[in-house]
Design a protein around this ligand. Structure first.
Ligand code: SF4
Length: 397
């Protein structure tokens, strides 16, 4: 999106939930449960009454996570003035449930929201307008591009990297400091890579975040490609600091994949580390050969960026990048850095909170980022499907 009124872009939305004090999470299951825990952790500011709605009669009788579960009929018969609904369900069920809500008098993006829209858009706006706080749904930091794998369609563009970059620990700490000077609370803060288990300062980095900023983070996460066995010392740190690990499952693509993956899983279980195995059947190729949008008009590029709507961003060198993939492409030497593509945290002042939230929600001066000119886009618009973690011969250092 292109900035048209910097610092005031959401003036019409800022007060949308101001007079609401009751939120119903439609879907008393894993996704709704995570949202419930997050909102509870935010309730020192929000002070919302939170309950679930679900068609499951057992849950209506027993409650979920110690909280009341209403039937859909009870929700529809309750006065609508003071509450709003967040649909926390699979994409298919979200469409179906939203349809039912609309038939019962709710209005999309007014008093009923899809989970993703609420988390990535509505909640950050609500926080900055009503509490003068900067809330982000997610942010990643990538201290090292080094990886033991060389996947053909790597989203970090590993096959293109001539010289890998491992940031000095002081630089990483400075980036974390500048980020949390501006940001008050975040749902997911992720240390990513490269392969994070190869970053020798990972344990120290987790300890540094824990000591200084853990009260600003709901979920501290890292990710691993499932082929590097973490040391016992690292396992202890992951457990002690409540770090959630996304365990990518590339067993079908890697020689010895099963053996290493199982060994890592056993180790996580042994240490009581929280993890989520992540198996997908295919990847999308963000940088297929032959993509060239450099002749597109500005309007076409803005439309491409808006349709892509990639929700992920990364930080480095006291800058927040609008699109993480665009920054990874720059690190890999595919593009040169452009000041339109980042928010400079070294220039941040409290007066810029709304501007910062706008940037994180997708606004830039141009309305797109430079890499959009050669990028096929995130999964939302990208139909170039490729095999998962297909290994190719390594040319880089
Ligand atoms: S099209 Fe590519 S570069 Fe542009 S925002 Fe989407 S993922 Fe980022």
């Amino acid at each position: 999106m292109k900035w048209t009124s910097k610092g005031h872009q959401f003036d019409d939305l800022g007060m949308l939930l101001k007079d609401k004090n009751q939120v119903y999470i439609y879907g008393a299951a894993l996704k709704g449960g995570k949202l419930f825990e997050l909102l509870r952790s935010c309730n020192k500011w929000l002070n919302w009454e939170i309950a679930f709605v679900d068609a499951d009669k057992c849950k209506q009788k027993d409650g979920y996570l110690g909280t009341q579960v209403l039937s859909p009929e009870e929700l529809f018969n309750s006065p609508k003035e003071n509450h709003f609904v967040i649909v926390a369900a699979s994409p298919f069920n979200t469409v179906e449930i939203t349809d039912i809500l609309l038939k019962n008098g709710y209005v999309s993006d007014f008093n009923c929201f899809a989970y993703e829209k609420f988390m990535n858009f509505i909640l950050p706006i609500h926080f900055v307008y009503n509490y003068d706080m900067v809330f982000f749904s997610s942010q990643s930091i990538l201290p090292s591009t080094v990886c033991n794998l060389n996947c053909e369609s790597c989203l970090n563009f590993n096959p293109y990297i001539k010289n890998h970059i491992t940031d000095d620990f002081e630089l990483v700490k400075n980036d974390i400091d500048s980020f949390f000077t501006a940001i008050d609370y975040i749902d997911r803060f992720q240390i990513t890579g490269g392969e994070p288990f190869l970053y020798k300062e990972l344990g120290n980095l987790i300890s540094y975040i824990e000591e200084n900023y853990r009260d600003k983070i709901f979920n501290l996460e890292t990710v691993t490609n499932g082929s590097v066995i973490p040391s016992d010392e690292l396992c202890k740190i992951l457990k002690e600091n409540d770090v959630h690990v996304i365990l990518d499952d590339y067993r079908n693509a890697l020689k010895d994949g099963d053996k290493k993956f199982n060994e890592i899983m056993n180790k996580f279980n042994e240490y009581g580390i929280q993890y989520t195995p992540n198996f997908v059947t295919e990847w999308f190729n963000i940088y297929p050969k032959g993509i060239d949008h450099s002749n597109w008009s500005k309007k076409e590029l803005i439309d491409h960026y808006d349709a892509c709507n990639n929700p992920f961003s990364t930080i480095r060198d006291k800058k927040i990048y609008a699109c993480n993939y665009a920054h990874y492409a720059e690190k890999a030497g595919l593009i040169v850095e452009n000041s339109n593509d980042y928010f400079d945290l070294s220039k941040f002042t409290p007066k810029m909170k709304k501007e910062l939230v706008e940037f994180r929600l997708g606004y830039t001066n141009e309305g797109y980022v430079d890499f959009c000119k050669t990028c096929a886009g995130w999964v939302s618009i990208n139909k170039n499907m490729v095999p998962v973690a297909k290994q190719i011969k390594r040319n880089n250092a």
